[in-house]
Design a protein around this ligand. Sequence first.
Ligand code: 6R9
Length: 655
Amino acid sequence: MTEERPVYLSPKNRTVRRRTQQAFGRDGTATEPAEADSSDREWPACWDAAASLLEWSDPYECIVDTENAPFYRWFVGGRLNAAENCIDRHLEERKNQVALRWEGKRGERRTYTYYDLYREVSAVAAALRELGVEEDDVVTIYLPKLPELPITMLACARIGALHNVVFSGFAPNALAERMQRVDSRALVTCDGSFREETVIDQKRKADTALASIEESLPTIVVDRLGSSHDTHLGGNQYDYDDLVEAFAGANVSPVPREATDPLFHIHTSGTTGEPRRMTHATGGYLTGVAWTAQTVFDLAPGTTIWCTADAGWITGHSYVVYGPLLSGATVVLAEGGLRYSDRHRPWEVIERNGVEVFYTTPGVIRTFMKWGESFPSSHDLSSLRLLGSVGDPIGPDTWEWYYTYVGEERCPIVDTWWQTETGCVLISVRPGIDELKPGSVGPPLPGIEIQIVDEDGRELPPGEPGYLTIDRPWPSMLVPLEGDRYWILAEYWQAFSDPRADSWRYFTGDRAIVGDNGYVTIIGRDDDVITIGNRRIGTAELEAAITTVDGVTEAAAVAERTIGETVLCVFATLEQGQQDRTAIRDAVADAVVEHIGEFARPASVVFTPELPETYSGKTMYKLLERIVNDRPPTDSDTLRNPEVVGELTTIWNQE
Ligand code: 6R9
């Protein structure tokens, strides 16, 4: 099948490789004019070409079936296995190449070649089968950043089971809820994990969750801390290493899955309200991820990538596990949160592993900024050639700092826009092809068509802010399972589609502006928009203004609704040693007035040691809003730093 289908990626990737290694100008643009991308092809043929990056056991008959729009079905009739595509297909050419380098919180190191992965994934796959896991069953994985995390994900994929990774920092209730929602048949967890320097009893959290679920589910326990096997294992609980030893050398043929069969479940991040169960389909998801791994991240066999996301987030699925391994790259995985680590550690990890592509969030970069450039500057970062950002708007100042001190003014930055629902990056510059523009995520990727529309769905001209919508389906879009159709229609399609005309438009929930050049600037979530004096202002826009004030590191703007009007309330964090709060408070108000307008002058400016944020690094506006509107804070499951809630409430009430 691969021979029959035109491969349009290879020539372009050669171009990308050459161009990312060349110098980029001070303003972040290519020093030579961007080359036209000769590979762009008509929709949906472009996706046909992208799918040829995968190895298919059976060819598909149709690229996209639009019969039941908006529930599109991609690559119908095709069959493939995700684990085979990530591992087996590399064995012939790069069996001894490093696939995964892991660095533990306590200085441990482990290295896995593609062949090592093959052996361990096969053993775990055999063990899961032995424990009763069958094709289409769901296995919940509740592990921190350990090698066993991608390994068990791939073991599930190998036998056609779905993984459901739940972020290891979640509390037992959140885990139990996320297991029940997907009818999980097994659990993989570990004895302990770390939170800052504290050891967390992960096993106890898992046991508490299991106890609240009626059934006794088979549970595999990874030994992270060296706890004695006998003491911590209950009935139907198994030590991971014992299983791997017992099933060593097992030969488990990868189960061919229909392209439209689900590959995994994941729950969305909590900023938008209730966490939702999402599902991605095997063929479409892998196509989107493989293609963007090459096009956006310039991954090729042997490229070393460090994506700092946790696998409990979609970014970890797509660009720690599937994208890099589909590309034959080398993945770096570092245990523990970066923001709590030794300030040299991030740079040491890059230096020691020769990281070429580094992908993180604006929140992490802002922490690095706060620590100061002396840390990156005292390390050899010359292996880096491409930087990425995701999850939140990266303001021009943060972009500039990242470009200057981490990228050393030579690495392009890809600011990638996408969502759990979209599966892979949809809007981003392509390094070496498109010009870089700080503050803008770039043009939609080839094959993606977007439109900015007003409330009534009318297309807006360039320069006017509106709702970000996507016009055409793309392969890695979320798919509905039983019972999901109604809420998926309501949440993503209803707002701007015209079902009678069979015209479907996906609503992202974000607001954005498109420039004359087709570059997209994300304003923020629609629910991150504050209406003051009948004017809508993006919180991102406000925060960009506020962080221009010397001494302010991070800010969050929320609406305080008093009788008859809405006023602006600002939460800000300060650089260490900043004492003159009154002066800074005035400067913040002045900055908002200067950048946005007098009508937006904040009613209050509150200083806090930290902003409440989700595990994926997004500010929890909803929670701040509840605090300023005197409503009790709710559900803090998705909070990375729950301790800040009490503190904030106290500070707010003292104001
Ligand atoms: C991958 C991921 C999705 C929401 C999305 C948007 C925001 C993501 C962004 C960005 C500005 C970027 N977002 N990337 N905002 N610039 N480069 O983050 O998925 O957790 O589902 O969040 O994140 O608001 O709608 P998810």
